[in-house]
Design a binder for this molecule. Structure first.
Ligand SMILES: [Zn+2]
Length: 49
């Protein structure tokens, strides 16, 4: 199965996370993740097109 890497930026602190992986082919429109910045740690939504 193919995997795609996404670079996402936390909307709260601007912290960049580049190691987010999702399986390609799966119908994912909304994904929630937690900021990896230890000073932030907020949950936010990632929108994939
Ligand atoms: Zn953050």
């Amino acid at each position: 199965m193919q995997r795609r890497k996404y670079k996402i930026k936390c909307p709260f602190c601007g912290y960049e996370m580049s190691n987010i992986q999702y399986e390609k082919g799966a119908v994912i429109s909304k994904v929630f993740t937690k900021c990896k910045n230890s000073k932030c740690k907020k949950e936010f939504e990632i929108k994939l097109n």
